[in-house]
Design a protein around this ligand. Sequence first.
Ligand code: ADP
Ligand code: MG
Length: 229
Amino acid sequence: MSNRKPPFPRLLLNNVSCMRNAQQILSHVNVSLHDGGAFVLTGANGSGKTTFMRMLAGFSRPSAGEVLWNGHDIQKSAIFHQYKLQLNWVSLKDAINDKCNVLDNIQWFELLEGKHGKAMPALELMGLGRLAKEKPKMLSMGQRKRLQLARMLAIDRPIWLLDEPSVALDDEGVKLLEYIIAEHRKQGGIAIVATHLPIEMEDSMVLRLPPRFPRRMSHTDMLGRMDIS
Ligand SMILES: Nc1ncnc2c1ncn2[C@@H]1O[C@H](COP(=O)(O)OP(=O)(O)O)[C@@H](O)[C@H]1O
Ligand SMILES: [Mg+2]
């Protein structure tokens, strides 16, 4: 019989609670993620998905519990400095510099990472190869999102934190997103996705946040009450 213990989870949310504007968004959540694991956070607009992702990125503290990376609390400053280098953060704020061309927008980040050579293949994969020398203002919203994803591929960090990554993508773009997430996981990466849209991710843990403001009246109710005759 083997005495080997299972490996410690790469990321562990240990009894985590999270507040926003003095309201509870999550209470006592326990999630453990090993290499190759995935976690999908879903829920209506305003339910707290972005708040939760910001906490996972270490931008805000849990109101209770702790987020552990390799067993260490990410809120400790020495740990956070290492942890943040593991993260690839994609959100609705696209951090695209409109003064540089599409390719430079990736190569600049590659340079900061001390990496090179993946920018063009990533752009090709995301269907932007022919737009590499264009300014980002030439891109549609969906193409800007593809550029963000290409940058994430080129930078190639182990933990992906993706906040609404499929917004503005067409059907093919969503399939590509699902494909790159699956490939990332095959290589041992972790994917954490917050989305109000459906996404296919095999064997992922799913947490649905309840709406924070229960609907008191539907639009139909409201129209029914309005005197429009
Ligand atoms: N910068 C902010 N300051 C104060 N409240 C905010 C801010 N951003 C979001 N909120 C509030 O926090 C709640 C959760 O928002 P958020 O996490 O962005 O939800 P989701 O990402 O699920 O749409 C919402 O009720 C929202 O109004
Ligand atoms: Mg959000």
